[in-house]
Write a protein that binds this ligand. Structure first.
Ligand code: PMP
Length: 369
């Protein structure tokens, strides 16, 4: 069969991650610094809520936009936090689901999407797949928001600016001042901000400012995967100020023909999750962050991460792939920067693993520095 695959498949490049995974298959009990998911399990109380929902028969489709009680709870939270009265809300299948629906609803071929580099992998591939054009804004070496550069990159074709704070892969949390300045630029040019806040609860040196607090034309995407360790439950939500309700309406329409709804019993458990206190997890991650950062800082060039569970470290010699290959040979699994960036100078560490493994990994990386 010839040409069975659509041309768009050629626009997606998974090679960076595949290469690491291929090498990983040969490893015995590795220090796995590669996985972007919490190492703890879903809290027992939330598991019980999901089991209860299944037993009580919440096993069918929910409304496309989500369980009405969950939507109400999200609306209350958004209203309280962002002062958006009557926000438009959609429950999604993870933030990944929210991103796909958002891009399908918003991006026309040729539209430009401004993305600070390094970036979460999905943005680039989804934008490319839809015929959009990524405009990467280099944020090296400090990974702060280069507001001037972003302002200069805005053209008539700019559809949105993507913001991800705390950031995957750098762990950087943007300051309130940076956020306010970006909001001002976006307002002046009347550009939508897509704010991926999946790690908003995992902020270790103060709270994380949402741009939605400073700019109404924000499409907010948040998730349950990371704060409650439920990556397999596939839950997230999208919310906008009422003035942008049509974005949520169109995303909901597309959800009808794609995901249909987020998993129903887990939506019930998510209602309880929103009241669940994760302070202990946040404290544990802060400790892990300190363990990793203090272990590497005198041997490597790295910005102290303030959120999420990643550090983005400069590879000795400035070339990540050979360093990553060497680390993997020494049983430490890390990801080269070119998976998250147009450059390949850094590598990403996920420190969502046991303290023992962090110590072991730090020791090996120090020897390789
Ligand atoms: N955004 C960012 C920045 C992420 O790191 C991830 C997961 N790695 C996602 C979105 C997607 O998460 P999920 O679909 O599990 O909610």
């Amino acid at each position: 069969m010839k040409n069975i695959l659509a041309d768009r498949t050629k626009l997606i490049d998974a090679s960076g991650i595949r290469k690491v995974f291929a090498l990983a298959a040969k490893m015995q009990d590795p220090v796995n610094f590669s996985i972007g998911q919490p190492d703890f399990d879903v809290p027992e109380a939330l598991k019980e809520e999901a089991i209860k929902a299944i037993r009580e028969g919440f096993n069918k489709y929910s409304q496309t936009a989500g369980d009405s009680l969950l939507k109400e709870k999200i609306s209350e939270l958004v209203k309280k936090e962002l002062c958006w009265v009557k926000p438009a809300v959609l429950v999604t299948s993870g933030v990944s689901g929210g991103l796909l629906l958002a891009f399908l609803a918003l991006i026309n071929p040729g539209d430009e999407v401004i993305i600070p580099d390094p970036y979460f992998v999905m943005y680039k591939h989804l934008v490319n797949m839809l015929g959009g054009k990524c405009i990467f804004i280099d944020t090296y070496p400090n990974f702060n928001l280069p507001i001037e550069k972003i302002a200069q990159a805005i053209t008539d074709k700019t559809k949105m600016i993507i913001l991800n704070s705390p950031c995957n892969p750098t762990g950087v949390v943007y300051s309130q001042d940076e956020i306010k300045r970006l909001a001002k630029v976006a307002a002046e040019k009347d550009i939508l901000i897509l704010s991926d806040e999946i790690y908003e609860k995992l902020s270790y040196d103060g709270s994380c400012t949402s741009i939605a607090n400073h700019y109404e034309k924000t499409l907010l995407l948040r998730g349950f995967s990371k704060p409650y360790a439920m990556t397999g439950w596939r839950l997230g939500y999208a919310a906008t100020h009422p003035s942008l309700h049509e974005v949520i309406e169109e995303m909901t329409k597309i959800q009808q023909y794609t995901f249909v709804c987020a998993p129903t019993p887990f939506q019930k458990a998510a209602i309880a999750a929103l009241d669940y206190d994760i302070t202990d997890f946040v404290n544990a991650y802060r400790r892990k962050r300190d363990l990793l950062y203090n272990g590497l800082k005198d041997k490597f060039e790295l910005v102290k991460p303030s959120g999420a569970f990643y550090a983005f470290v400069k590879a000795p010699g400035g070339s990540a792939t050979p360093f990553v290959e060497n680390a993997i040979k020494n049983n430490v699994l890390i990801i080269p920067g070119n998976v998250f960036s147009e450059k390949d100078t850094h590598f990403r560490i996920s420190y969502a693993t046991s303290d023992e493994k962090i110590k072991q990994g730090v020791e090996t990386l120090r020897k390789l520095a």
